[in-house]
Design a protein around this ligand. Sequence first.
Ligand code: ADP
Length: 277
Amino acid sequence: MSGCTGNCESCGHKGHEEQCHVSPLAGIKHKIFVLSGKGGVGKSTVAAALSVMLAKAGKKVALLDVDFHGPSQPTLFGLKDVRMEGNDSGLLPVEKYGVRVVSIGLLMDNADSAVIWRGPAKIGVLNQLFEEVDWSDTEYLVMDFPPGTGDEVLSACQTVPGDKMAVIVTTPQEVALADCRKCVDFCRQVNVPVTGIVENMSYFVCPGCSQKHELFLSGGGAKLAEAANVDLIARLPLDPVFLKMCDEGKIAEGIEQSPVLKGELKMALVDIVSKEA
Ligand code: ADP
């Protein structure tokens, strides 16, 4: 039965539960969709960093990477050589830093193979992940989508049961912001509330003098947030040491060594968790 929320009390099918198919995702209370208009703005990194911070805050977190053509989570979590395994409960997420990671990259024989699938094939795999992964014991499901508002995110909006919220990641320049506006509009059209906008690579903090340098145009995220009537929940610095650690598969250690980035992520989480409560 599509659209099942798992709440049998409020369902017209009550009493005929044998006809119901309850999605394995129905038991997950918080679903956070991480979206961006463009690639390369740091969407996957922000999805990973928010997941790590949620886990650090004691939440039970799963991170689903459905960026089929460029799954980044195995790299960010240092899991490039690991593959998901299965048992009677289903496909088992791989746990690192307290985050249970599910990624198409953890299922491919060869991490460097290109995924050449048309839309329906991708949606089929997406639904399989929803149905066949062992999602038990998860409070927060963070989903890292491909950039834009294509098939995968639209399908997830329709298939994932219950309340969902979106976090939109952008960089400050107009070219990124223009696509970000489309993301906000998309969320409105599919009735997924936008928890907030994260402006990434907003500035660089000089390690010598500790001064902030705005590398791109300043204030783009704030202007967009105001115009779209959405909160700007974080302005993250561009931090080359963080980037290096992400490349090395050590995102949690990367967050720890960047107090400014960590502070902004913490503030964003307060916002997200309070809106999700
Ligand atoms: P997207 O998912 O939007 O395509 P990624 O998350 O893959 O983007 O990030 C692109 C690159 O930018 C990666 O190498 C990542 O480590 C780096 N990156 C992202 N955010 C930051 C940041 N705040 N500081 C430094 N490097 C970053």
